[in-house]
Design a protein around this ligand. Sequence first.
Ligand code: B12
Ligand code: SF4
Length: 495
Amino acid sequence: MTVRKPVVLFFPSYYSDEAAPPLALIHLAAPLVANGHEVRIVDSAIEDDPEKAVLQALNGACALGVSMVTGPMITQGVSVAAAVRGARPDLPIVAGGWHPSILPEQTLRSPLFDAVVKGQGEITLAEIVDRWNVGERDLSGVTGSLFKRRNEQVDNGPRGYTDINSLPRRPFEIVDFERYANKCHGFRWILYCSSHGCPWDCSYCSNASVYGRNWKPLEADRTVDEMTELAARYALDVVDIIDDNYLVRRDRAVEIAEKLLLKGANFGYFIQTRTDQVDRLTDEELRLLRRSGLKRIFFGIESGSKKVLRTVNKRLDLETAYRTAERCYAAGVEASFNLIFGLPGEEAEDLRDTIAMVDSIGRRNPEAAFFTNIFSPYPGSPIFPEALRLGVQEPTSLEEWASFHPKIQKLPWLQDRAHARVQRIRDYIRIGYSARKMVVHRPDGFKDWVRRGLQRIARFRLRHLAVAFPIEVWALRAWKELRGWFGRREPIVIN
Ligand code: B12
Ligand code: SF4
């Protein structure tokens, strides 16, 4: 009988205190666990010394897998893989996740990786591990993977989509949930995936490069069973459904809501979707979703400029967004809107349109929150070639991609004063429209009074586009820094 050795999966640091169990790795573990492997997950989000934790976990293991998204996660993905190479030169290492999927050949050029998995990893990784477990290093025929044979890369071709309904249950129990809850000061939440893909084709979005322009759901019954089972097991406050577009099939969302109610579910859930998808729901259906636990919807609205929305193929009209903001407020569902500044072609008047839209939504829905980003042209998105044409420098190695992040690199068309101005606008939107984190600090008493005062000032400034000399932003930063020195943290609550 074959001895099934342990497999170690590593999730590098993403520099955030909003830790949740690494969903991609839990998915990957499903077939491995079903085949009899022990899967040891090391997640930087909860480890003090991730490198040491990986090296320890590797005791007796037959493989290491590293997950990476384009940007800073690569830094630690690479450094830990290098440490493992040094300590265990015999151990095969595979890279997977969004970045390796989009740029597999370049990722595999790194001497640190023996193989790369493209796209969905469950079955491909299980087949790789079958070979590595018995000392076989040749991965010929494992579709969905590339590997090194001597110094050459061998591409086994695409695997195609695997229906998530056909995969074994996701073994959340292989991570220690309480360590995540502790890290989040007692807030109990998990990420959960109930569908893959999105049929739209916004030009800045890289989703189609991995999941295609389709939408593939998990059956409603299984979704309800899994969510209620997980919520009961971990006494969850929230299940954060990370699907790109949860409401593609309205009847399924309604069926899930009805079944959650029948099961007496008493946890909240968050979804991501488009405003036009909510617009198709009747008021009664929206209220039903709310009653079933739907607490918050994240919308990608991106810009208030019709021109910019057209340029990025958003296919969204602002009237629908306004209506949705109002209806969410009436139904008691929190609405969070994502904005992207610095999209190609955005001019001063487009910025003004975006701020006017924020103001308009804020008036219709006083609870609306906004998250802002500066555009980052991710590889795999339809807009990427255009961004290169406009002067964005494409990194040429896996390591260089680590700095490809809006916080680090600046767009050629948004430099110096223009960049600083957008940053100030973002600061005021954060203050004025409390861009809530997943895990929220909710001030009360005097602090809430101050918050509301600052909110008014920020909204006034935005309305008049008077963002020069941002004294409140400086004061808040200084205050935060001061608190940091004294090691003060506020308790975290979910609202
Ligand atoms: C949740 C999430 C996160 C969370 C994950 C937290 C956690 N505990 O799991 C965190 C906070 C880390 C995160 C951060 C960021 N994210 Co994010 N995130 C997502 C999101 C919404 C879901 C990811 C997920 O779990 N999906 C479900 C799992 C099952 O699917 P999966 O991730 O595709 O994993 C499968 C395969 O990729 C593969 N796989 C994954 N890892 C590995 C590893 C190995 C070894 C193998 C073999 C296979 C493999 O197999 C998995 C199972 O099939 C996706 C969008 C999406 N719909 O997927 C964006 C997404 C991955 N994020 C993205 C981005 C851009 C970011 C940020 C850069 C955002 C930012 N501006 O700061 C940061 C990067 C962090 C950093 N500082 O470096 C982009 C990635 C684009 C790209 N080219 O890489 C996505 C696609 C969103 C988007 N459309 O733009 N993110
Ligand atoms: S941005 Fe949202 S709506 Fe547009 S393609 Fe991506 S997931 Fe779909």
